[in-house]
Design a protein around this ligand. Structure first.
Ligand code: IPM
Ligand code: MG
Length: 382
């Protein structure tokens, strides 16, 4: 037992020093990409696992169609990045094998399909690793249900909290297990700033700060406190504290939910509640997610890799809507607002108003590429 305790204490020291160094680095780092100033924007597309390669190939096809002029003029390049698969990751025993990471880092922006995340073990999630390696601290997830007057934008902290050391907990066999949750000053400041800036630039008047600071007193306590400090720079925007449990109820309370606009929260609460929110919009298959950093950005679906669809031979019927939503957010982020608006409009026509083609996930519905064709035809007509 003594041996386990000593090892754990030693590990805690290492972790603590690393996290202090991470916070210092965040404070010092001023690097920034202005997409408008790049001669060429390089978009990398990672296929991932399960239905990932199918829906990302379709999104790549749609992006190439939309950006045809810019690609021909050499202003945009789209690269397909291979190797972000569970087989390759297990073979290298790395969340993102080094050569794949180098290819990713040679791009400016990434469109990433779902990747398999193993339960237990020590192989870290590719998502979590990518968010850390590219320092993508803001996970922005919009959810809208116009007929219910719902228009939410979630700002989920994306690099720390329960995730940063999620694969590095401590276990004493047959006795106990420990995980770590980390909240840093700088890590909180930057996500809070991103949320309040968004609110200011989009005419929002309310930011809900969601924690469980009554229980997670140190980490969530800090999160709430720092968010309120940042809020002082944004007069006219109300900063309200909510606990995650009641917030989860509020989102399904028709008398409450339309009042929320921007929702700012630590990593794990943001993970959970955005699935709930997406479900209200029509399911996790309908939502895209932006992972933003100062240098890189990555866009993805919020759902998983649906291995069951592949096992049952239904991969070709996978729904690419969320990856196309992610592509729309990508276009908007790198400055192609007009194209983003067109894709958004087309998706709305194809999935809501016209629906000439329906996706059911089975052979009684359209295939992923038939849907892609439909989206492109719709854009062509605009
Ligand atoms: C998400 C996903 C990921 C997360 C998983 C796949 C690691 O659920 O993007 O919400 O927990 O962040
Ligand atoms: Mg999730």
């Amino acid at each position: 037992m003594e041996n386990y305790v000593n090892k754990a204490v030693e590990q805690f020291r290492t972790i603590l020093e690393e996290q202090i160094a991470r916070q210092r680095k965040m404070e010092a780092d001023k690097a920034y990409t202005d997409y408008k100033k790049l001669d060429k924007i390089i978009i990398g597309v990672c296929g991932g696992d399960g239905i990932g390669p199918i829906i990302s190939a379709e999104s790549e096809r749609v992006l190439k169609f939309i950006l045809k002029k810019e690609i021909e003029a050499g202003k945009v390049e789209i690269r397909t990045i291979e190797g972000l698969t569970i087989e390759n990751r297990i073979a290298h025993n790395k969340a993102i094998p080094d050569d794949v990471l180098a290819e990713i880092k040679a791009c400016n922006v990434i469109l990433k399909a779902p990747t398999t995340t193993l339960k237990g073990g020590t192989l870290e999630s590719a998502n979590v690793a990518m968010r850390r390696e590219l320092d993508l601290y803001a996970n922005v997830r919009p959810v809208a249900v116009p007929e219910e007057d719902i228009d939410w934008t979630f700002f989920r902290e994306n690099t720390e909290g329960e995730y940063v050391l999620g694969s590095r907990g401590v276990e004493i066999p047959d006795t106990l297990a420990f995980d770590f949750k980390v909240t840093t000053n700088e890590g909180t400041k930057r996500i809070a700033r991103a949320a309040f800036e968004y609110a200011k630039n989009n005419g929002k008047t309310n930011v809900a700060i969601v924690t469980k600071a009554n229980i997670m007193k140190k980490t969530d306590g800090k999160f709430s406190e720092i968010c309120h400090e940042v809020a002082k720079d944004y007069p006219g925007i109300e900063a309200e504290d909510w606990y995650i449990d009641i917030m989860t109820a509020n989102l399904v309370n028709p008398r409450m939910r339309s009042k929320f606009q921007v929702i700012l929260l630590p990593n794990l609460y943001g993970d959970i509640i955005t699935d709930e929110a997406a479900q209200l919009q029509g399911g996790v298959g309908t939502a895209g997610s932006a992972n933003l950093g100062d240098v890189y950005s990555m866009f993805e679906a919020i759902h998983g890799s649906a291995p069951r669809m592949i096992e049952e031979g239904r991969g070709m019927y996978a729904n690419p809507t969320s990856m196309l939503k992610a592509s729309e957010m990508l276009l908007r982020h790198i400055g192609f607002t007009e194209y983003a608006d067109k894709l958004d409009k087309a998706l709305n026509i194809c999935t809501e108003t016209e629906k000439k083609v329906t996706l059911t996930g089975r052979n009684d519905g359209a295939t992923c590429s038939e849907f892609g064709d439909y989206v492109m035809e719709t854009i062509e007509k605009m």
